[in-house]
Design a binder for this molecule. Structure first.
Ligand code: HEC
Ligand code: HEC
Ligand code: HEC
Ligand code: HEC
Ligand code: HEC
Ligand code: HEC
Ligand code: HEC
Ligand code: HEC
Ligand code: HEC
Ligand code: HEC
Ligand code: HEC
Ligand code: HEC
Ligand code: HEC
Length: 342
């Protein structure tokens, strides 16, 4: 078709050309004729022209570089061909994603390889349970090339799940339809660690009755500081007696939510005070009270109940060359702050 119409145009032009050569390519054409023509006639062998399309306003790349000139230039008036992609290519998407085709396409082929990034840019990463779905599970338009807006809100796709939820019954419970108030945005299921992901309800906190922590019928955020709910427990401790022992109220330094508050591990004991989980004393003590003999005051400690019984005279021998050696815990600690020889 192109070829035929092209020839017709040339034919018509040829008939009326004498004296009008400069107008063949239109009145606005400014290029040097020698780039394409030579003195042997107006016929042009396109494989021999000394013309680079890169010097025009439209660089030819990929599939465009191998396309026939005539596919884009329907006449010898080269000027004025529009360069917007959709002036030559049909918008398969019926305007559902706009005219800026190069947001998703290149000139190589129509495949799109930035689908994950596109979803991220839309604030909807395809992660968790959404990784394994096909496009049409979510994009249900009348043609499978339309990408109509769906909306990122979980409820725009999952309202039916909300209505069907029985355990617990979401509607009856007056739960918000803003699912991420309670459910993790990205996960595989609606249960387990997905629910209440911002403050995990495990071990001692695996409590069915929400009102143990929330006002009835009101799921406003409450403080997640352990002490905001457990100060009474702290004040009631007897062994060890926390307040007088110098334990702070930042429970998570020593506790998890494990039922019974046991065992406790003091996360900053090694770097700040004395290595007990690492170094020479790791595994060598039974309870905190091996050193802190007085459970009401952890500022006190003793090194001697072990090192004395193990071998006090040996210890003195070991220190015979050490000036100022005395058999006293604070002295031991001062010379051995890391519980090691050096
Ligand atoms: C970018 C390349 C290019 C440039 C530059 C160019 N032409 Fe052409 N010209 C063509 C092509 C292609 C044809 C069609 C030739 C064919 O059918 O073999 C053509 C054909 C012609 C014809 C013959 C038309 C016909 O009916 O046979 C004339 C006359 C002509 N050009 C004049 C000019 C003049 C004058 C200039 C300089 C102002 C010029 N051209 C610059 C590519 C060019
Ligand atoms: C994929 C489409 C496409 C193909 C293939 C293509 N062109 Fe173009 N060409 C364009 C577009 C778009 C422009 C920009 C037109 C403008 O700036 O007005 C252009 C510009 C030009 C211009 C400059 C016009 C001017 O006045 O600045 C010339 C000459 C030209 N093309 C010749 C050719 C020739 C010769 C071939 C084949 C070797 C070719 N084109 C192949 C799309 C194409
Ligand atoms: C002036 C017309 C024109 C413009 C403007 C144009 N194209 Fe093309 N494009 C063509 C032609 C002609 C082909 C060759 C294949 C054909 O005949 O459809 C082509 C081929 C392609 C192909 C390869 C198609 C395939 O089936 O392999 C892609 C992809 C493409 N163009 C993307 C684009 C994009 C993206 C833009 C905008 C940046 C664009 N095109 C602008 C005319 C154009
Ligand atoms: C937001 C991204 C996006 C934009 C913008 C976009 N497309 Fe697409 N397009 C796609 C996706 C996704 C496909 C499917 C590709 C695939 O299966 O790999 C597609 C496919 C196509 C196809 C091939 C259809 C088929 O049947 O195989 C054409 C042609 C196309 N697009 C043209 C365009 C044109 C023209 C524009 C600009 C008007 C455009 N697209 C803008 C995302 C987009
Ligand atoms: C779990 C649901 C889901 C799946 C699966 C999914 N999408 Fe999307 N997609 C969305 C949502 C949500 C948006 C954000 C925009 C909106 O509100 O529609 C979106 C946006 C898009 C856009 C428009 C981007 C833009 O910037 O305009 C394209 C194109 C798209 N998706 C293509 C795909 C393709 C292709 C696949 C399959 C490979 C796919 N999607 C799989 C939910 C999904
Ligand atoms: C564009 C539609 C769409 C949006 C928006 C969307 N989803 Fe989905 N989601 C789906 C589809 C489709 C499935 C697979 C079918 C199903 O299980 O309902 C799915 C599956 C899931 C599953 C797995 C269910 C199961 O038991 O296998 C979870 C969990 C989930 N989505 C959570 C969410 C959350 C949380 C949000 C909001 C951050 C959200 N989804 C937003 C479409 C969507
Ligand atoms: C106020 C908190 C809250 C909100 C808001 C909430 N859920 Fe839930 N959802 C829960 C709890 C609690 C569970 C039970 C979790 C478990 O068993 O680990 C649950 C479980 C579910 C289940 C599985 C239960 C069943 O019976 O199948 C689905 C499906 C579900 N939610 C969907 C949704 C959807 C969809 C939304 C938003 C439209 C939503 N939820 C909003 C608290 C909430
Ligand atoms: C052990 C205490 C505890 C239990 C039991 C508990 N929550 Fe919470 N909940 C919290 C804490 C603490 C926060 C605040 C977390 C944060 O902001 O980091 C919170 C936050 C919330 C929020 C978020 C409110 C917002 O605006 O961000 C919702 C909704 C919620 N809980 C619902 C529930 C539901 C429904 C149940 C019962 C199935 C429940 N919670 C059981 C302690 C609890
Ligand atoms: C410096 C470390 C440390 C801090 C901080 C700490 N605890 Fe403890 N806690 C312990 C140790 C050690 C035990 C004894 C564990 C054992 O017997 O295995 C204990 C035991 C308990 C017990 C059970 C013992 C009893 O007498 O009832 C409760 C309750 C308790 N802690 C509450 C708290 C609360 C609440 C906080 C924060 C407000 C807190 N703890 C902060 C170290 C700490
Ligand atoms: C919003 C209130 C709230 C917050 C915040 C909270 N808890 Fe709890 N916790 C409870 C409730 C309610 C129980 C159920 C037992 C009770 O009534 O004391 C509980 C139980 C426990 C238990 C089990 C007690 C036992 O007797 O077996 C431990 C351990 C515990 N929490 C540790 C913590 C730690 C550590 C933190 C800080 C990370 C914390 N809690 C933050 C409300 C809270
Ligand atoms: C091997 C001996 C040893 C063991 C076992 C030990 N500590 Fe200590 N602890 C020390 C020493 C030494 C210091 C440093 C005292 C100082 O800086 O004056 C200390 C300091 C502390 C302090 C800071 C007291 C202050 O000065 O404010 C606390 C609290 C404490 N230990 C808690 C514990 C807890 C809880 C355990 C059990 C989990 C424990 N310790 C086990 C040797 C020990
Ligand atoms: C619960 C018993 C116990 C207590 C209490 C104790 N130690 Fe030790 N300590 C040991 C044992 C057992 C070793 C030998 C470890 C080995 O040889 O691997 C040791 C080794 C040492 C060493 C020699 C390390 C080396 O490099 O060979 C020093 C120094 C030391 N302790 C200092 C102290 C100080 C200072 C205190 C008091 C803050 C203390 N110990 C409290 C049991 C204890
Ligand atoms: C004035 C500083 C000082 C005091 C006080 C001190 N030590 Fe030492 N300790 C040393 C030095 C220095 C060495 C290394 C001696 C050597 O290698 O000859 C040493 C070595 C040791 C060793 C390693 C012995 C061996 O050869 O394996 C132990 C165990 C030890 N001290 C424990 C203690 C205990 C327990 C106390 C408190 C009763 C204590 N030290 C008090 C400085 C001191």
């Amino acid at each position: 078709m192109y070829r035929l119409s092209f020839l017709i145009i040339i034919f018509i032009l040829a008939g009326s050309l004498t004296g009008q050569e400069p107008k063949t390519h239109g009145p606005d054409f400014k290029m040097d004729c020698k780039a394409c023509h030579n003195t042997s006639g107006w016929k042009v062998d396109l494989s021999k022209i000394n013309f680079s399309h890169d010097n025009t306003k439209f660089k030819l790349r990929d599939q465009h570089a191998v396309a026939d000139c005539k596919k884009c230039h329907k006449s010898l008036i080269f000027t004025g061909v529009k360069s917007a992609c959709n002036s030559c290519h049909n918008d398969m998407h019926s305007m559902s994603v706009g005219n800026d085709c190069i947001r998703c396409h290149t000139t190589q082929n129509w495949l799109v390889n930035n689908i994950p990034q596109l979803h991220e840019q839309n604030g909807f990463p395809l992660a968790g349970a959404h990784t394994v779905l096909s496009c049409i599970d979510c994009h249900k338009s009348e043609t499978n090339q339309r990408w109509d807006r769906i909306g990122n809100d979980c409820a725009s796709c999952h309202l039916k799940n909300y209505n069907a939820a029985t355990s617990p019954n979401h509607k009856a419970g007056g739960y918000s339809t803003h699912c991420t108030d309670c459910h993790e945005p990205i996960s595989m299921t609606w249960g387990g660690g997905n629910f209440h992901f911002f403050f995990s309800l495990t071990e001692g906190h695996n409590i069915k009755d929400c009102t143990k922590c929330h006002d009835p019928g009101n799921f406003k955020a409450v403080s997640s500081e352990c002490a905001s709910c457990h100060l009474k427990d702290y004040n009631n401790t007897t062994n060890p007696k926390h307040a007088s022992s110098g334990f702070g109220t930042n429970c998570i330094i020593c506790h998890t939510t494990r039922p019974g508050w046991k065992p406790a591990q003091m996360a900053n004991h090694d770097p700040v005070f004395f290595p007990i989980y690492s170094g020479k004393h790791a595994g060598k003590w039974g309870a905190c009270t091996s050193c802190h003999l007085n459970p009401n005051d952890y500022k006190q400690y003793s090194c001697l109940n072990c090192h004395e019984h193990s071998n006090p005279t040996e210890l003195a021998k070991d220190h015979k060359d050490v000036a100022n050696y005395i058999f006293q815990s604070t002295a031991c600690y001062n010379c051995h702050p890391k519980g090691s020889e050096k």
